[in-house]
Design a protein around this ligand. Structure first.
Ligand code: PMP
Length: 360
């Protein structure tokens, strides 16, 4: 086996035991005589996979009775539209905190359905930090307040939950959901594309407070109405069955490892190790403010950018791949989602030190 350490921001690496289990069950699932991909989504076997997966999500995240768990399609990008389409209602305005490219996309989409108040932004410092609670200029009459809980491109993450009073808090948690415990009750909606911490691309996890269902206007297409999906338990149409199955295996793997509190400890350790290495020298630089740093996506630059290509080539030769930064930021980015083992971070740190010795 020649698997590399894949630092991709998403789709990202999956736990090897999950891939091996899926491989073993690929052609024949249990005694069904067929692959999960070939099953009816309304058949007994798939319904059992679905039930277990949904329960595992509820257990891992501690989803309270007040909230519904949905498995949708269209990625987080579809949520950028579904949130305002369902929640703007007669209020017609919402708060958004702008912390980077994904926030901007969410804002752009929301403006099609109502007025957007940018409650805070870190654009003036190149999105290198998360605005503090006391910087948020919140509208108490907003339909909801939207944040991006982890900024995949700029490498910043909320380390507090914004207090929005009676205004429902909505979070795009695509790149940090299930990397740490979260108090779901504090949120009106939490959503995430699966392809970072949860599973393969193709399924989008949406956790929504039940009283926010049914707020969409009658003219909304059925597929974009949260109520329709909730009433049908995510089976209004054919759900992404195989992606849900893999997500279920990932949840099982997380439970075996001790759940989200245990994952958080590991994720803190991994991120700290890498940031410490970057901060220890003038050869590398991390552009983000320490208090806002993401545990999931670590952007860094080589002070001498002429070495970028050599760095990436040598890293790849050492089995450390997909370290190139996002095209809008440049430099490097190492994504350390749940499935990145501590040995992967140790190997990256050793490589960083060795590369500096040879080129510094
Ligand atoms: N939000 C965030 C924070 C993301 O990182 C991404 C994808 N990288 C998206 C939204 C878009 O997700 P999708 O491609 O699933 O639509």
């Amino acid at each position: 086996m020649s698997r590399v350490f894949n630092f991709s921001a998403g789709p990202a690496s999956l736990p090897l035991p999950v891939l091996q289990r899926a491989a073993a069950e690929m052609a024949e699932y249990g005694s069904s005589g067929m692959s999960v991909m070939e099953m009816s989504h309304r058949g007994k076997d798939f319904l059992e996979i679905f039930r277990r997966t949904k329960q595992a999500v509820i257990d891992l995240l501690g989803v309270p009775e007040t909230h519904e768990v949905l498995f949708l399609q269209g990625g987080a990008s579809t949520q950028f539209a579904m949130v305002p389409m369902n929640l703007m209602g007669n209020v017609g305005k919402a708060d958004y905190v702008n912390t980077g490219s994904w926030s901007k996309k969410a804002i752009k989409e929301a403006k099609k359905f109502g007025a957007v108040n940018v409650a805070a932004t870190s654009e003036e410092t190149h999105f290198n930090r998360i605005p503090r609670q006391d910087e948020l200029r919140l509208d108490p009459r907003a339909a909801y307040c939207h944040i991006t809980s982890n900024n995949t491109i700029f490498g910043t993450e909320y380390h507090y939950t914004p207090e929005t009073g009676a205004v429902p808090l909505v979070a795009d948690a695509s790149s940090n959901l299930m990397s740490r415990p979260v108090d779901v009750a504090r949120y009106g909606i939490l959503y995430a594309g699966a392809q970072k911490n949860l599973g393969p691309a193709g399924v989008t996890l949406v956790i929504i407070r039940k009283d926010l269902l049914g707020r969409a206007p009658d003219t909304i297409p059925a597929m974009l109405d949260y109520r329709v999906h909730a009433d049908a338990d995510s089976m209004y149409n054919t759900p992404p069955t195989y992606a849900i199955y893999i997500l279920g295996l990932v949840c099982g793997w997380l439970q075996e490892r001790g759940g989200l509190a245990a994952m958080e400890e590991i994720n803190i350790r991994k991120a700290q190790r890498l940031y410490d290495c970057i901060d220890a020298t003038g050869f590398y630089r991390c552009p983000t403010e320490p208090a806002s740093r993401s545990r999931m996506n670590v952007p860094f630059t080589l002070v001498n950018a002429d070495l970028d290509a050599t760095f990436l080539a040598e890293a790849a030769a050492a089995g450390l791949v997909t370290l190139k930064g996002h095209r809008s930021v440049g430099g490097m980015r190492a994504s350390l989602y749940n499935a990145m083992p501590e040995e992967g971070v140790a190997a990256l740190v050793a490589f960083l030190q060795d590369f500096e010795q040879r080129h510094g």
